[in-house]
Design a protein around this ligand. Structure first.
Ligand SMILES: NC(=O)c1ccc[n+]([C@@H]2O[C@H](COP(=O)([O-])OP(=O)(O)OC[C@H]3O[C@@H](n4cnc5c(N)ncnc54)[C@H](O)[C@@H]3O)[C@@H](O)[C@H]2O)c1
Length: 303
């Protein structure tokens, strides 16, 4: 377990930096917007809904992250981008498995909008962010918003859970390659946090005197992820721990911070360090062999 103590003092000044925060007009995105602007950054709040309050140095650009054209226009309006926070997300229908019938009694196609917003939207944000950062040539930071559901998958929202595993997959897939271009990619996995998305649970939590996390602490973890430095790198897969790259210090990269009621825990390092235990020593050794081949010259990725 890698427990962190994160405060606003850990965030340096960000004057001159431009950040795009999807879903930046409410909840965790709004809290992130406020922390970024308080440190001097200019923020584009890329949100479908208008902001619930005015934030100095933050501009709302109406955006639907599930639409390529909409997202592309938002990046164009920003002009440049140093920090991308792919935060916009929806929970979807908590009764997704219940049958809904059309007028003829046929089972209706269920909504898959969670996939469009939470997976396609995040993938397109990464695509645009990397493209802009490469053209600018000065690196950048991408922060994805996953969820504590990747540690405790919820039974009622399978597509939401799937979407956050997909976000985790994007983090794990890209953490090795982007860093070579000084572009970091990290994620934050908020535990239950008091925002509109979980408003229907507020009463249940209140009845048990169980506090929810605050949007501010999730926002703090997000901004920290974009700017922090680390003493040593984590391996990309867990099978390459001896690799020299792992001993290098540098910008915070490839990590995921779980936020829960004021606690911050980095979970990718222990996840990778224990891989031989959860996959088994023999399989772990075999994976190492395959890993080297998979990421060798035949692999068509830009590394
Ligand atoms: N609140 C929690 O308990 C919790 C826990 C884990 C993860 N998360 C994640 O945190 C992120 C932020 O959620 P939140 O809790 O702040 O919820 P929220 O509903 O308060 O805010 C989400 C924002 O995203 C915007 N949005 C929704 N669809 C959009 C779209 N297609 N294009 C652009 N903007 C869109 C909404 O208008 C809203 O402003 C989400 O990815 C969510 O899955 C939240």
């Amino acid at each position: 377990m890698t427990e962190l103590h994160i405060t606003e003092n850990d965030i340096p000044r960000l004057d001159g930096k431009v950040a795009i925060v999807t879903g930046g007009c409410a909840g965790i995105g709004l809290a992130t917007t406020k922390i970024l602007t308080s440190k001097g950054a200019t923020v584009i709040m890329a949100d479908l809904a208008s902001p619930s309050e005015t934030v100095e140095n933050a501009t709302w650009v109406k955006t639907d992250v599930s639409s390529w054209d909409s997202l592309k226009a938002t990046f164009k309006a920003a002009g440049r981008v140093d920090i991308v926070v792919a935060n916009a997300g929806i929970l979807g229908d908590p009764n997704w498995l219940d049958d809904k019938l059309d007028e003829t009694g046929e089972l209706m196609k269920p909504s898959t909008s969670v996939i469009d917003v939470n997976i396609v939207g995040v993938a397109m944000c990464i695509k645009l962010g990397v493209s802009y950062m490469r053209k600018q040539g000065s690196g950048g930071s991408i922060v994805l918003v996953a969820s504590g559901i990747v540690y405790e998958p919820g039974a009622k929202v399978p597509l939401y859970a799937a979407s956050k595993f997909a976000v985790t997959g994007m983090l794990r897939s890209l953490r090795q390659s982007l860093i070579n271009e000084d572009i970091t990619i990290n994620a934050v996995a908020p535990g239950v946090t008091s925002t509109q998305i979980v408003s229907s649970f507020e009463a249940v939590f209140a009845a048990k005197n169980e506090p929810m996390g605050t949007p501010h602490e999730a926002g703090l973890a997000i901004v920290y992820s974009a700017v922090a430095r680390e003493k040593s790198r984590i391996p990309a897969t867990g099978t390459t721990t001896e690799d020299a790259v792992n001993k290098q210090s540098g910008r915070w990269n490839g990590r995921m911070i779980y936020t829960l009621k004021g606690m911050f825990t980095e979970t990718e390092e222990p996840f990778l360090a224990l891989k031989n235990q959860w996959v088994g020593e023999k399989a772990f050794q075999e994976m190492k062999t395959q890993e080297l081949l998979f990421h060798g010259p035949a692999f068509p990725a830009r590394v």
